[in-house]
Design a protein around this ligand. Structure first.
Ligand SMILES: C[S@@+](CC[C@H](N)C(=O)[O-])C[C@H]1O[C@@H](n2cnc3c(N)ncnc32)[C@H](O)[C@@H]1O
Length: 214
């Protein structure tokens, strides 16, 4: 298991191609996510934006949108900056568990393939802060690696706990290990955080998109 930021920094070259060619459903999901952004969106929060793969389609639809992107890995953000130097973007290198999102700031928040690394408890806390950061009619759109059944989810979480114990990794340290949740649990976490309605709108293989309404 590698530290989260070191894991992505070591893979930044070739990362975009990997997401498009090797992660089933991602190519289609990047297109779908851009279509789901509300037509009048002006301010967007992108959590775990990485090299900005999900922004390609979004900038095609909304040339002047303002994006705040947060990511733990500077090397990923450097790549993003190179690709979209002429766009209206504010980048923050840090953890979305620590960065202050503000209150009622964004029309829409998104995350793409970044939430499958954390406990339910941590995610619910984060979802509450995302909810607060949205304007009254705002939406949060999450695309992530999700699984179908509880046994699968339990397996990954227990493996994560076992390996962390073996390596003496503290609970609050960010290490890269995939702990996907079931779609039902994901929806329950978002509802628990206070979102009024949550819909599954896309799934190819394990790549799944949920839309959560404030
Ligand atoms: C699989 S990549 C996805 C990047 C981009 N959204 C995409 O779809 O290409 C996951 C990203 O989440 C970031 N990340 C993981 N944990 C994070 C955290 N706690 N705060 C901010 N970024 C985080 C990683 O640095 C990495 O860039």
């Amino acid at each position: 298991m590698e530290r989260m930021n070191e894991f992505f920094a070591a893979r930044v070259e070739g990362y975009d191609e990997h997401m498009l060619s090797n992660v089933e459903g991602c190519k289609e999901a990047y297109i779908k996510l851009a279509e789901l952004i509300p037509f009048d969106c002006k301010k967007l929060l992108d959590l775990g934006c990485g090299t900005g793969m999900e922004l390609d389609g979004i900038f095609k639809r909304f040339a002047d949108i303002h994006v705040t992107g947060i990511d733990l890995t500077q090397a990923m953000l450097d790549k993003l900056k190179e690709k979209y130097s002429n766009k209206n973007i504010s980048l923050i290198c840090g953890s979305y568990f620590d960065v202050d999102f503000g209150i009622g700031q964004y029309d829409c928040a998104i995350s793409f393939q970044t939430m499958h690394h954390f406990s339910h408890e941590a995610k619910i806390g984060l979802y509450k802060r995302i909810l607060d950061s949205l304007m009254d009619s705002g939406v949060y759109i999450e695309c992530d690696y999700m699984v179908q059944n509880q046994e699968e989810e339990d397996f990954y979480y227990s493996e994560n706990t076992r390996i962390r114990k073996e390596m003496n990794i503290l609970e609050n340290e960010f290490y890269h290990y995939d702990t996907p949740c079931t779609i039902d649990n994901q929806i329950a976490m978002l509802r628990n955080a206070g979102f009024q309605k949550v819909e599954k709108v896309f799934r190819i293989e394990n790549t799944t998109i949920l839309v959560a309404y404030k």
